[in-house]
Design a protein around this ligand. Structure first.
Ligand code: MN
Ligand code: MN
Length: 310
């Protein structure tokens, strides 16, 4: 992969907007607030700073590890003791930054947060061109375990390419021997995201699906006029980046939207991302940064002071 032209500049801009949005978003996370209030404010903030959300604002609470964004009808209200993951993506012309923090509203789960935070910090300090994915996983799992928690084995970091948040390479949060010789090379852009839990260390699909993306495939079965219109809007506005039906409620009949996205999914043109719940309903923490590997430099684009020396 080449990162020529103004790609690096756009990545740095996306990272800067993402970092500032996370700082701003943290201040909105309070007991009694709803996920919809927070996410809509956060998404607007990204536009105000000159980016666009690379995926819907994810506000996953307690045992929900990932992929919750408020739907057209469902919402989550934060409680005094909620453990809240704010995970956001910013796109600048398709160049993406992906970053997350966890907020512990009761202050009772500091160690759980510290486990995933320390794992991320450790990778950030040791990552370099040529590091193997095995070694990254080893750093993450050993750090989380040292804090007394488990990693979530079926949630991984990933590489990122233009207009694609998960570009095909998974970076496990445990040492996978099959990846002993799989190394990070200059030009690669990766998101590192350790998850820690006091549960089983696995997630499974939940029943809520509020995030979708265009698969890039024309449907096998003919679309009706409404489906045709929805797909056109999605491709024009978001292309292959994930979106949520909440973003389309001004343009479509809200009563029809749920069924429209579901039928486009059934016809193969949209892919749905169910919420991911810890298998034993354990509490989950997550921290994430996006990192660009260059020939003799590493850029943590979503963090200003993470790596002053490089
Ligand atoms: Mn993320
Ligand atoms: Mn990610």
């Amino acid at each position: 992969m080449e990162l020529g032209g103004d790609a690096i500049e756009k990545l740095i801009k996306a990272g800067d907007i993402a970092r500032r949005t996370i700082e701003y978003g943290k201040g909105l996370i309070r007991p009694g607030r709803s996920a919809r209030e927070i996410c809509e404010t956060v998404e607007k903030y990204i536009y105000d700073l000159g980016g666009m959300p690379a995926f819907p604002c994810n506000l996953s609470v307690d045992h929900v590890a990932a992929h919750y964004t408020p739907g057209l009808r469902d919402d989550v209200v934060l409680r005094e003791d909620s453990v809240v993951k704010l995970d956001i993506g910013v796109s600048v012309d398709g160049y993406i930054a992906d970053t997350a923090v966890t907020i512990d509203l009761s202050g009772m789960h500091e160690k759980l947060l510290e486990a995933s935070k320390a794992a991320l910090d450790s990778v950030v300090s040791k990552i370099r061109p040529g590091i193997s994915l095995y070694e990254i996983g080893k750093i993450i799992e050993s750090t989380v375990r040292r804090h007394g928690y488990k990693v979530i084995r079926n949630l991984t970091g990933h590489n990122i390419s233009r207009y694609t948040v998960h570009a095909g390479l998974s970076i496990p949060n445990y040492p996978d021997r099959a990846l002993f010789y799989k190394r990070l090379k200059p030009g690669m852009q990766v998101a590192i995201e350790p998850f820690a839990t006091n549960g089983k260390g696995l997630v499974k699909d939940g029943s809520i699906v509020n995030i979708y993306s265009y698969t890039g495939r024309r449907p096998k079965i003919k679309l009706n006029d409404d489906e045709e219109k929805l797909l056109k809007v999605v491709v024009e506005r978001y292309y292959t980046l994930p979106f949520t039906p909440r973003w389309l409620r001004k343009d479509f009949d809200v009563d029809k939207l749920d069924n429209l996205v579901k039928s486009l999914e059934a016809k193969g043109s949209l892919h749905g991302y169910p919420i991911l719940e810890e298998a034993a309903k354990g509490l989950v923490s997550q921290f994430e940064h996006t990192i660009v590997i260059l020939k003799d430099e590493v850029l943590v684009i979503t963090c200003k002071d993470c790596r002053d020396t490089s």
